[in-house]
Write a protein that binds this ligand. Structure first.
Ligand SMILES: Nc1ncnc2c1ncn2[C@@H]1O[C@H](COP(=O)(O)OP(=O)(O)OP(=O)(O)O)[C@@H](O)[C@H]1O
Ligand SMILES: [Mg+2]
Length: 338
């Protein structure tokens, strides 16, 4: 045990150890904490009393605990006392044996607690790193998206204008070639805008989740030919914390992309709901469904894993309900103020 570790004997553990010992020895047993208060006893009447040698070890007083007291040591730290009832000389070997058992169990439980604490510390560092990573990634995406949309998009628009002017001044045999180049430029502009939208829609930062989600759905339906109906009343005109908006937006993107990639669906539905203290988003499809426990566990699949991690960072919950042939429903609930 480390020097600084504080150890205190847990009442429940003490009582459960005591029950084993008392049953094995077929004698009354008492355990105190380090301050001498009885925290476990085979006779409940003793619990809560202070260990008092005058009171509890006087064999002449009827109904009073008489026995042998042995100190409990946990990794060099005094943890309390254990007593086995009876004539002290006769009870001593039993008490010493029982103390060994208690000490071994306490040490094991203490180590387990330490491991759990370490694990929790590691988990919280991991969450911190993950949230920083996500924040950096979102910042990069925002910059790239603006650059693509504003800089590259503007340049391509200028090229198109130039091509239109050139076409007006060109000889007839050059016109069709210029028209082809113009179409190619228009397609490139469209691809750049789509990429900018995928990376980070400016609408999300400027006008919020409702506007950005509606725009995404329009583009999505025309791109994949999957009809998506949306219900946005619950979030109409509302703004939420930036972290919540981007989390729900990214989950919507991933869930809809999965529907296009894997579901073989013809329809999808997205619905938002509000209850006191929480915001819910449900995305369902009428596709083939899948076995969420096995497919999602594949290490090369990051989409569902990423959804879960993002939701956990906001203390929310993510539920995937899917069955072969019956489509998939993903429900996300995030705590919100108000
Ligand atoms: N709506 C859905 N309908 C049917 N199957 C789905 C659906 N969503 C996910 N799946 C299944 O779950 C698996 C895991 O999805 P996940 O998004 O984690 O990974 P991926 O889409 O295969 O890859 P990635 O998202 O990392 O590019 C998919 O490969 C697919 O088999
Ligand atoms: Mg995916």
């Amino acid at each position: 045990m480390s020097e600084t570790a504080k150890f205190s004997l847990d009442r429940r553990l003490a009582q459960s150890l005591l029950e084993h010992i008392a049953a094995d020895l077929n004698r009354d047993v008492v355990i105190t904490d380090a301050r001498g208060q009885i925290i476990a006893a085979s006779k409940p009447a003793y619990i809560g009393k202070q260990r008092d040698s005058a009171l509890y070890t006087d064999p002449s007083r009827e109904g009073v605990f008489t026995g042998y007291w042995a100190p409990i040591d946990c990794g060099g730290q005094f943890a309390g006392m254990l007593a086995v009832a009876g004539n002290p000389d006769e009870a001593a070997p039993y008490a010493k044996l029982a103390v060994r058992y208690v000490e071994a169990a306490l040490l094991a439980s203490f180590r387990q607690e330490q491991l759990l604490r370490l694990f929790q510390e590691k988990k919280s560092v991991q969450s911190l790193l993950l949230s920083k990573l996500i924040a950096i990634q979102e910042k990069e995406r925002r910059c790239l998206s603006r650059e693509l949309h504003d800089e590259i998009g503007q340049m391509l628009t200028s090229i198109m204008i130039g091509l239109r002017v050139a076409a007006g001044e060109a000889r007839e045999n050059e016109c069709s070639r210029l028209q082809e180049v113009r179409e190619l430029t228009a397609n490139t502009l469209e691809a750049v805008r789509r990429l900018a939208l995928e990376l980070r829609p400016m609408l999300l930062d400027d006008h919020g989740l409702e506007a950005a989600a509606k725009r995404y759905l329009q583009k999505y339906s025309s791109r994949y030919g999957i009809e998506v109906s949306g219900s946005f009343q619950a979030i109409a005109g509302e703004r939420f914390d930036g972290g919540i908006e981007i989390t729900l937006y990214r989950i919507m993107q991933e869930a809809l992309t999965n529907i296009a990639k894997h579901a073989n669906a013809t329809r999808a539905v997205i619905e938002f709901g509000r209850e006191a203290g929480s915001l819910t988003m449900v995305i369902s499809d009428n596709g083939g469904g899948f076995d969420a426990s096995s497919d999602a566990a594949r290490s090369d699949c990051l989409g569902l894993y990423g959804m879960q991690e993002r939701v956990s960072l906001l203390n929310g919950t993510l539920n995937i309900n899917s069955e072969a042939g019956k489509g998939t429903t993903i429900t996300v609930t995030i705590p919100v103020l108000g």
